[in-house]
Ligand binder design. Structure first.
Ligand code: ZN
Length: 203
């Protein structure tokens, strides 16, 4: 099982971190040990002082495929979840400055809390899915999937040029603006179409 993540997939988020808007999807991966399921608490790691949340829509791959063509892309995912792409921003900034890979800033243990999946058929509009992240009851991220630079089908095609998609893979599709730090004691809650999907207590 692979966990793909897409960086800078919302213009307003790329801008808030002073990153250029990419001309093709920016892909990175987290290992399976990054998953944190069933609303288990997240323990603040000792190697960062600037841990950020990134609320994201996550696709579940339902079919194996390589070099998927756009007209078939929709057949390769069947369900959606709310995920948090925890990022050690201070560690990531240092690595970025040196031009080095991000793995330890993004792929560390339990860095990917993930809700249960809902079938795509349950969504009233798959082209524009509304999702929100609350921190301690306050709205901090308010996203619409229609604002993605690279939409679900484009991601499926692009990823599968390089990596064989396998049933059970996950794709974190990027975060909208409003990312920020968490502290021990904070509570994050993720919503899709107004319905709470996940909560994550920072311990
Ligand atoms: Zn992210």
């Amino acid at each position: 099982m692979k966990i793909f993540c897409i960086g800078r997939n919302y213009v307003d988020h790329a801008k808030e971190l002073n990153n250029p808007v990419p001309s093709e999807p920016l892909i990175f991966m987290k290992p399976p040990t990054a998953l944190l399921l069933a609303n288990r608490p997240f323990y603040y790691p000792d190697f960062t002082k600037d841990l950020h949340y990134e609320g994201e829509l996550v696709l579940r791959v339902c079919k194996n495929g390589r070099s998927v063509q756009p007209e078939f892309a929709e057949r390769y995912y069947d369900a959606l979840a709310f995920g948090i792409d925890f990022t050690a921003r201070d560690v990531q900034d240092k690595l970025k400055q040196k031009g080095q890979p991000w793995e330890i800033a993004k792929g560390f243990d339990r860095s990917a809390p993930l809700s249960a999946f809902m079938p795509l058929e349950e969504l009233r509009d798959r082209q524009n899915i509304h999702f929100q992240l609350h921190k301690n009851g306050e709205l901090v991220q308010d996203g619409h999937s229609a604002d993605m630079i690279f939409h679900f089908n484009t991601l499926i095609c692009h990823i599968s040029r390089y990596f064989t998609l396998q049933k059970g893979d996950y794709i974190f599709t990027g975060t909208p603006a409003g990312v920020g730090p968490v502290q021990i004691g904070d509570l994050l809650e993720g919503f899709i179409e107004g319905e709470k999907k996940i909560e994550c207590k920072i311990k």
